[in-house]
Design a protein around this ligand. Structure first.
Ligand SMILES: Cc1cc2nc3c(=O)[nH]c(=O)nc-3n(C[C@H](O)[C@H](O)[C@H](O)COP(=O)(O)OP(=O)(O)OC[C@H]3O[C@@H](n4cnc5c(N)ncnc54)[C@H](O)[C@@H]3O)c2cc1C
Length: 414
């Protein structure tokens, strides 16, 4: 297993917070929907998940009010999109519908969810792909692994090593030379270079890395990936997210305004640089997360880490109408710039207009030798999630094993 970072987990990255049982999840935090494989791993590891809870609040006209449950309403707007003969962008699709005042509110919510949840730009995102992902009946419930994702990935790492996997951390893959039944990866590690030979490779490179060309962090394929793959990659965009974890001396928001927000789980703050904040409910914790996705994240790009944290903190103070108290209680914050991270180049993928088959094409193996996994190759609506990534890893491993077995029975060496 060749991994550029000095740790496992990739976009799962839990940073401990002093005196807190809850880590700062700089990447993934939630378990979305049924997520059967994730839950199986949790069970095997002796870990638990807790359903997210708490009340939802929305900030409008200067006041925080209980939020309406508008996600289902917003999702139902996209029902017709699945039948479109020609794909459109989310923006194009919504612009026609929101002329009707009765659906304007749902359309605004739909746009906010596409940006916030899918990290997508509504001007580029395929409405058919969004409609497929949000199709009625999909389970939108969320949970969190108790104690964060770190123990889950430590368990997986240890299980791999126990099964004989050689884990090479801080090992950057630069070039993948391949022909049927033979792969040579040129890697840099510890200041030197070497090659690693194999009969097949499972590639979990994020789309942001696969799409990179012509700089030192790009991975070169020799020969290049087939044209259909390159075409698919042009239709899968990397969405951007700015996530800031703030922690305070005390959960002060539970006490302001006579304890109105004591059980708050989510806050929507439309029109603000960070339109979403959440607490760790139902767990009582001093941590609050600020989240901006899609174009809102682009608007924050280029800001230094301290400025992002400062804006997230200022926003939370404004939201609660307690700017001074928020500053007094503030203890620390952390964020990671996934968009500039050379091993990710974004948060997670979404499909651009016209690319409804792109994920399947990206997922297909090449010549029984290159196998593709990772969230962008999930074709069952689970792209952009940890569970989607785990599922595709299992799928690619089964495909690779079958291909190697078939090769072995035809007389290739081991
Ligand atoms: C801020 C944020 C919040 C998120 N929140 C959630 C959430 O709440 N719930 C959820 O389910 N999902 C969430 N996600 C998405 C989730 O983290 C990803 O979908 C999932 O972790 C992707 O796994 P992966 O294996 O496809 O990719 P990665 O985890 O990115 O793994 C790819 C690996 O390839 C390595 N790599 C890259 N280039 C090279 C190279 N040249 N050589 C060697 N190694 C290389 C990387 O270092 C990385 O370890 C979030 C993501 C982000 C960024």
């Amino acid at each position: 297993m060749l991994e550029a970072r000095d740790r496992v987990g990739g976009r799962v990255w839990s940073a401990p917070v002093a005196r807190s049982g809850t880590p700062a999840e700089l990447g993934a935090e939630f378990i979305h929907g049924r997520a059967e494989l994730t839950r199986r791993v949790l069970r095997d590891a002796g870990l638990r998940a807790v359903d997210t809870g708490g009340e939802a609040w929305t900030h409008s006209q200067g006041l925080l009010r209980p939020a309406e449950r508008d996600f289902m309403l917003a999702a139902s707007l996209f029902d017709d999109a699945r039948a479109l003969s020609v794909d459109q962008s989310v923006d194009q699709f919504l612009r026609r519908r929101e002329r009707d005042p009765a659906v304007r509110q749902a359309a605004t919510a739909a746009r906010a969810f596409v940006e916030g949840f899918d990290a997508a730009d509504p001007a580029i995102a395929s409405v058919r792909a969004i409609a497929d992902e949000w199709r009625s009946g999909v389970d939108f419930a969320t949970a969190r692994p108790v104690g964060g994702y770190r123990p889950v990935f430590e368990y997986l790492r240890d299980a791999c090593v126990a099964a004989g996997v050689k884990l090479c951390l801080s090992t950057l893959v630069r070039r993948i030379a391949w022909r049927r039944g033979a792969v040579t990866a040129a890697v840099s590690s510890g200041g030197g270079s070497r090659t690693v030979q194999a009969r097949a490779a499972i590639l979990t490179l994020p789309v942001g890395v696969l799409r990179r060309h012509g700089d030192e962090t790009a991975v070169v394929f020799d020969p290049g990936l087939p044209p259909v793959k390159r075409e698919a990659l042009r239709s899968i965009e990397m969405g951007h997210v700015v996530k800031v974890v703030l922690w305070f001396r005390r959960a002060f928001w539970e006490r302001v305004q006579d304890g109105r927000f004591r059980d708050a789980g989510f806050f929507r703050f439309e029109g603000h640089p960070f339109p979403t904040y959440w607490t760790q409910m139902p767990l009582r914790s001093r941590l609050v997360v600020a989240w901006a996705g899609g174009p809102k994240a682009d608007a924050l790009s280029g800001l230094a880490e301290t400025d992002r944290i400062g804006r997230a903190l200022a926003g939370f103070g404004t939201l609660l109408n307690e700017p001074e108290l928020a500053h007094e209680e503030f203890e620390g914050g952390r964020t990671h710039d996934w968009s500039r991270d050379p091993f990710t180049r974004g948060a997670y993928s979404y499909v651009a207009v016209g690319g409804t088959r792109a994920r399947e094409t990206l997922a297909a193996s090449v010549d029984g030798t290159l196998f593709f996994a990772g969230e962008a190759t999930a074709t069952d609506g689970q792209s952009g999630t940890v569970n989607g990534a785990l599922d595709t890893g299992e799928r690619a491993a089964v495909e690779a094993a079958a291909s190697l077995e078939a090769g072995a029975s035809q007389g290739h060496d081991g």
